[in-house]
Design a binder for this molecule. Structure first.
Ligand code: ATP
Ligand code: MG
Length: 198
């Protein structure tokens, strides 16, 4: 096997939930990807103002969430670093690791619209294509066209919008509400056992 198509799914995953997994699965099937690599963020750049679950716990939650899918793997590149993690560094690392393969960055529209703020964002457009899914019931934002004009390769793929977020999961836990149908079973059990987000 020489040439493969690999999806990259970055996120804080605090915690991983069913919309993350469905997003990865839809990207995989609609674009004929061979594999999706989940990359939990170390110290997210835009979320420094709230307490994020520690790295090892978020990593374990991702592992539990993807363990029954052979085409989903995790890479802890960003977690291994003490410094801030930038997407550009991760992409360069993955291109070195998989030099023959084509990489696609999978993300929700909310994350894509932040792209101009990303570190060395203009270099990213020559390195990778973006597979973007809607994150609301509205149509795609006109801002995507603006990004396209700047030279980003943005591919919209069909995704039946699921109104699930990690914020929602954390809120439900705080309010003593059930999360079992919003996260994979093993993830839900682990969160309850460890009394996370209470
Ligand atoms: P938080 O509420 O803490 O911001 P989140 O649910 O947005 O968490 P992230 O880890 O921030 O999860 O997101 C990782 C990636 O998954 C981003 O690209 C985000 O756009 C995407 N994503 C998360 N939930 C959804 C969803 N329901 N629909 C589409 N994309 C999603
Ligand atoms: Mg988010």
């Amino acid at each position: 096997m020489s040439y493969r198509k690999i999806g990259i799914m970055g996120g804080t995953f605090d915690p991983i939930h069913n919309a993350h997994l469905q997003l990865a699965q839809e990207a995989l099937e609609s674009q004929d990807l061979n594999q999706v690599i989940f990359i939990p963020a170390g110290q997210p750049n835009f979320k420094q103002n709230r307490n994020i679950l520690e790295k090892d716990t978020r990593k374990l939650l991702v592992e539990l969430g993807i363990q029954d899918n052979d085409q989903f793997i995790i890479d802890d590149f960003e977690l291994r670093k003490d410094s801030l993690s930038y997407t550009i560094d991760t992409i360069e690392y993955l291109q070195r690791k998989y030099p023959k393969d084509e990489l696609f960055f999978i993300l929700g529209e909310d994350a894509l619209l932040e792209l101009p703020k990303w570190h060395r964002s203009s270099e990213l457009k020559n390195k990778i294509s973006f597979l973007v899914a809607k994150r609301s019931l509205d149509g795609f934002s006109k801002d995507l066209d603006r990004l396209r004009k700047l030279g980003y390769n943005i591919i919209e793929f069909p995704f039946y919008y699921l109104e699930i977020s990690s914020t929602m999961i954390r809120e439900k836990r705080r309010n003593n509400r059930e999360i079992r149908y919003l996260v994979p079973q093993k993830v839900g059990e682990f969160i309850k056992e460890r009394k996370l987000y209470r």
